[in-house]
Design a protein around this ligand. Structure first.
Ligand SMILES: NC(=O)c1ccc[n+]([C@@H]2O[C@H](COP(=O)([O-])OP(=O)(O)OC[C@H]3O[C@@H](n4cnc5c(N)ncnc54)[C@H](O)[C@@H]3O)[C@@H](O)[C@H]2O)c1
Length: 328
């Protein structure tokens, strides 16, 4: 076991070059880093990536990690593979940016967190929404008391995920769960980030056969209610079967209500007796900003803003949410 050798400019590898892997390649590039190695179980996807970006290709992530070519890896595979890849990286002294959820199960997440503690390794979780500029501005409003006492939080991340039944997202053995695990894990992290640690957790989930698709083995629609010890209540909604998408985060306080809308990338605030006002927030790409923090933390200039503890906490809340559903 070796502690990650951090500092300077890391040589980066990307494991899993699907949808989010491609975004990682772009976000590394936006930070001046061209990944030097790629791994994917799909030979065509791997060949296309290397043809476009150069670098060395590996059929599996463990070989990439063991190659000695990289200091830091993006883990962009489906959740089932996060645990073995994170452990391989930590044991090899290679840093990791592991996509959300940290792991498929709470047990896997706990094992990764223990490995980080044991090795002193560098590992962060892909909670990119913390870096959305309007969310950063909303956090400042909440933390400064600008909205007064926060009474409620509401977040809907929902849309249509066509043909999801044909993908790993609908396979609980690979994904861990459905839309609650896939999408609401971001919302859970936002609740913890903006509001605080929930002590009460209650979920309702469903899957139904509709015009948009068949019954799934996992939930396609979920509502999760969280509450902090001091009483703030959060409502989190997600669905893969509501084609009129909504991507909003709202905080309701005694001194005002603030809404982040991802559709037009705005932060709007309304005070008691006032009109809606749009707050001026400089635009920015959340992934680019996330990776800027990762690199600054790698150099020792900043703290990681999404830690393994945050990933573990989100997995713990997901686990409690599913149990709240089935315990009834
Ligand atoms: N942060 C975000 O906003 C965000 C967005 C999308 C996905 N994600 C997360 O990223 C991960 C991947 O999601 P995706 O949408 O990119 O999926 P995807 O299916 O588009 O891509 C996954 C890739 O991993 C490859 N793969 C599968 N098993 C592998 C293995 N054992 N070793 C190497 N490669 C393997 C597949 O061939 C595929 O190319 C998931 O954990 C997902 O939750 C995060």
């Amino acid at each position: 076991m070796t502690k990650s050798i951090t500092g300077g400019t890391p040589r980066v590898g990307v494991i899993g070059v699907g949808a989010i892997g491609r975004i990682h390649i772009r976000a590394w590039g936006a930070n001046g880093i061209v990944p030097v190695a790629f791994a994917d179980a799909n030979p065509e996807a791997l060949a296309a990536t290397v043809a476009e970006h150069g670098g060395t290709s590996f059929a599996n992530g463990q070989d990439l990690i063991a190659s000695g070519l990289v200091d830091l890896v993006s883990i962009c595979t489906p959740p089932h593979f996060h645990r073995p890849l994170a452990l391989a990286a930590l044991d090899a002294g290679v840093g990791a940016l592991c996509e959300k959820p940290l792991a498929r199960t709470l047990e896997d997440a706990s094992v990764i967190a223990e490995a980080v503690a044991r090795t002193g390794g560098f590992l962060t979780v892909g909670f990119c929404h913390r870096f959305q500029p309007q969310i950063e501005a909303l956090k400042q409003m909440v933390d400064s008391g600008d909205l007064g006492t926060v009474m409620q939080f509401r977040n809907r991340f929902a849309g249509h995920n066509p043909d999801v039944e044909r993908t790993w997202f609908a396979n609980p053995d690979i994904a861990g769960g459905g839309v609650l695990t896939d999408t609401s894990v971001h919302s859970i992290d936002l609740f913890r980030h903006l509001i605080g640690e929930p002590v009460r957790i209650q979920a309702l989930t469903s899957t139904r056969e509709t015009d948009l698709g068949p019954l799934l083995s996992v939930e396609d629609t979920a509502t999760l209610i969280l509450q902090t010890a001091d009483g703030t209540i959060g409502t989190i909604e997600s669905s893969w079967r509501t084609p009129v998408g909504e991507w909003t985060v709202t905080v309701f306080g005694t001194a005002g209500t603030a809404v982040v809308d991802y559709d037009d990338e705005t932060l709007r605030v309304k005070r008691p007796g006032g009109d809606w006002e749009t707050i001026d927030v400089p635009p920015g790409d959340r992934f680019t900003r996330e990776f800027t923090n990762v690199l600054a933390a790698w150099r020792g200039d900043e703290q990681l803003r999404a830690t393994v503890a945050d990933g573990l906490a989100a997995n713990r809340i997901l686990d409690a949410a599913y149990r709240s559903r089935t315990d009834r």
